[in-house]
Design a protein around this ligand. Structure first.
Ligand code: DCP
Ligand code: MG
Length: 333
């Protein structure tokens, strides 16, 4: 007369911000594959499938064990039919991963058009590169190589030194992946904290100027603030924020990096190019900006979704608003 055992209930939340966030990925074989697919979808302009693959990867990353059997996927949220099929195939060790990662790389499209060298890409009139991409191409080898934590720390010293000269009361904090504890990143993100309202104005141009005079600046794209809390949240609720920010490519001297490395070959330059993002929000918006710039992108996205769907609020990098009245909460933050 015993009742049937209760069905296992999914304990994994569909919101990334409600799941454990760990650097300890027990399902790397699956998540690498899903992320290659996500990247490919993104590059071909398919935002929906891209997000679906990223969500699936994020769910698998949060598990504290490896998937032992495809059956276990039944209890997990956010796994669409495509993701499940991919995981099953990978589970069956058909080594799809190797095939896909070589076939679907970023350059595939250009490659198939017969463009083999950097020069060909740069001189092809049908390919329009923005200034950032052009600069990126010029330092492509450096910029496509991951930035190590030691390099990020060395870059922090450089940025701190510059900030101190421009405003001695300002503070620098690493954000992005390095703040989340990652060992490698594609860039180094910093947020600058100025103690008095208004001190953020003019800070980034002065920093850029300082870097330029030190002869370490390879590229700078400054975006002045378009921040006006009275006009927020904007009708098209975007993830991009309105603070002062700049996207830089900076020379990092190898001698400034404290890490073990192979001896430099003769003739190699004594620096490498590194992508650096700086953001300088007004002090009363600092907490929201720090939260947003810490990422990850999917975590931010789900945090906003959670706020909207489960708490009746709108969250962005500037503030938390009441969804119904659009009034800003906690204005003293
Ligand atoms: N971000 C933001 N607004 C922008 C640009 C970025 O809120 N205009 C957020 C999204 C990311 C974080 O800042 O979560 C850092 O952006 P990155 O692209 O540098 O992402 P990560 O640092 O997480 O990854 P990586 O290790 O590849 O640098
Ligand atoms: Mg980053």
């Amino acid at each position: 007369s015993s009742s049937p055992a209760p069905k296992p209930v999914s304990t994994v939340s569909p919101f990334a911000c409600q799941r454990r966030t760990t650097l300890d990925n027990h399902n790397k074989n699956f998540t690498d594959l899903l992320e290659v697919l996500a990247e490919n979808m993104e590059l071909s302009g398919n935002q929906g499938p891209c997000l679906a693959f990223r969500r699936a990867a994020s769910v698998l990353k949060s598990l504290n064990t490896a998937l032992r059997h495809p059956e276990e996927m039944k209890h997990l949220p956010c796994l669409g039919e495509h993701s499940k099929a991919i995981i099953e195939v990978e589970y069956l060790s058909l080594s799809l991963s190797l095939y896909l990662s070589s076939a679907l790389r970023t350059s595939e499209n250009w490659f198939s058009r017969g463009l083999r060298t950097l020069e060909q890409i740069l001189s092809d009139p049908t390919i329009r590169l923005n200034r950032m991409q052009t600069a990126g191409f010029l330092f492509y080898d450096d910029i496509s190589r991951p930035v190590s934590r030691a390099e990020a720390e060395a870059m922090k010293v450089l940025v701190e030194d510059a900030v101190k000269r421009v405003n001695p009361s300002a503070r620098v904090c690493i954000t992005g992946g390095f703040r989340r504890g990652k060992d490698f990143g594609h860039d180094v993100d910093f947020i600058i904290r100025t103690p008095e309202p208004g001190q953020e104005d003019g800070l980034l141009p002065a920093l850029i100027d300082w870097f330029r005079r030190q002869n370490v600046l390879l590229y700078a794209d400054l975006q002045e603030s378009t921040f006006d809390l009275g006009k927020l949240p904007s009708r098209r609720f975007e993830s991009m924020d309105h603070f002062h920010k700049c996207f830089l490519i900076v020379k990092l001297k190898r001698d400034d990096v404290c890490e073990e490395r192979e001896r430099d070959e003769d003739g190699r330059r004594d620096w490498r190019a590194i992508r650096v993002d700086l953001v300088a929000p007004p002090i009363e918006r600092y907490a929201y900006a720090l939260l947003g710039w810490t990422g990850s992108t999917l975590f931010d996205r789900d945090l906003r979704r959670f706020a909207r769907l489960e708490r009746g609020k709108l969250l962005d990098n500037h503030a938390l608003y009441d969804k119904a009245t659009k009034a800003k909460e906690n204005s003293s933050m």
